[in-house]
Design a protein around this ligand. Sequence first.
Ligand SMILES: Cc1cc2nc3c(=O)[nH]c(=O)nc-3n(C[C@H](O)[C@H](O)[C@H](O)COP(=O)(O)OP(=O)(O)OC[C@H]3O[C@@H](n4cnc5c(N)ncnc54)[C@H](O)[C@@H]3O)c2cc1C
Length: 402
Amino acid sequence: MTADLQVRDSAVTAVPHRFRIVGAGPTGALLALGLARQGYDVVLIDRLSADSLLKRSRAYAITHSSRRLLQDLCLWLPLKDAMEPFRRLRLDDCAAQRTAWFSLRDLRRENRCADAIGWILDHRPLMSLLLSQLRASPGVSLRLGDAASAEEIALSSGSHEWIVAADGPRSMLRHSSRLAFWSHTYKQGCLTAKLRLSGAEPDCAYELFRPEGPMALLPLGKDAYQVVWSAPLNRCRDRAACSSAELASALDEVLPEGLSVVELLDEPGAFPVELSLAPSLQKGPLLLVGEAGHRCHPVGGQGLNLCWRDVSDLLNLTEAVRQGDLVPRSLARRYSRCRRFDLAGVLLSTDLLIRFFSNHNPLLMPFRRLTLLMLRHLGWVRRLSLSAMTDGPGSFLKPLPK
Ligand SMILES: Cc1cc2nc3c(=O)[nH]c(=O)nc-3n(C[C@H](O)[C@H](O)[C@H](O)COP(=O)(O)OP(=O)(O)OC[C@H]3O[C@@H](n4cnc5c(N)ncnc54)[C@H](O)[C@@H]3O)c2cc1C
């Protein structure tokens, strides 16, 4: 049983200079580093040991909003060699039998100099860089292999520190603070696996909309790819449980013509997929960051990038507090307010993509064909959709930072 987390607005009347972050996943670890660079004291807690934190077999699609944050934190160059850029993106509507291609020209001008539409970054090099830099940061106290309890956090909530829940989708802190939370579990789940492919276009990522759910093929270097294959959850579990040869032949049946599986490189995993949002990301000194506050379908590889835009916006506000441009009391509310549009935009658009494309509905087919036709022939439609995917839906009308 966890104690209720009693957090009151009055707890932040004095100026806190310390952050207690629960969860050292990619969101909590990056935030801790950013705060330490600004001169804050940070305690970062995770129930997993450093070794277990590195172990996840997953690759992330990194967008330009994440590139800018990594550059600001001087992490871009150390990670550059571990990242696989892709310069073309192929989008297929398999039921409507239409294809559209995105290229570097479809990026906004400010993004073109980076010479990639996006990058694929493996979990291990990312986490190993974050953990080594955190260990070297004097302001950071790392408590790994140590679960935080609601009682401990409730005690510290009166001690002039901000508490950050970066403890993932099943957040204990969100739950015990009784923050409102909306959640919808999709019937679809997703299967992930790393594999070698033959016949793939060089420098290219694939997003294939199939009636059972979208499938992404993310390049990991040479002929290695990560597949993120959405389908009804039971089907994903059955596929994950079958032999490598059976899974490879099931994949061969659905891959675009010319592509075929050479071999599987890891154990496939099947995961449930959900859409969730805490309408307010704060309560007193408690802030929800990353998947503790929201979750979306993996279509378009938005998940981690959305979490990192939380980090980026929060770091802008903590810097404003440090400079004296924002009163500390307003930090949590300002953070929650400024994340609303981006979160609602991404959650809504990923959900609409799933509803629009994951079916055989003949009534939708003409609209789907028209959408793909527009993407194929109209540069401004491609630019607008790529900008929403890579910079966030809130970026349309704003100039991007240099
Ligand atoms: C199958 C799949 C594919 C994905 N593909 C992509 C992709 O291509 N691109 C992309 O951007 N995103 C992708 N995502 C999403 C991405 O994995 C998540 O957005 C990301 O992991 C969220 O990071 P986080 O740090 O917020 O949470 P998590 O990574 O879940 O980290 C939470 C941490 O909190 C710790 N914790 C929890 N409770 C406690 C406690 N009580 N005390 C101490 N520690 C605690 C956990 O041990 C964990 O380390 C994918 C997700 C899935 C499921």
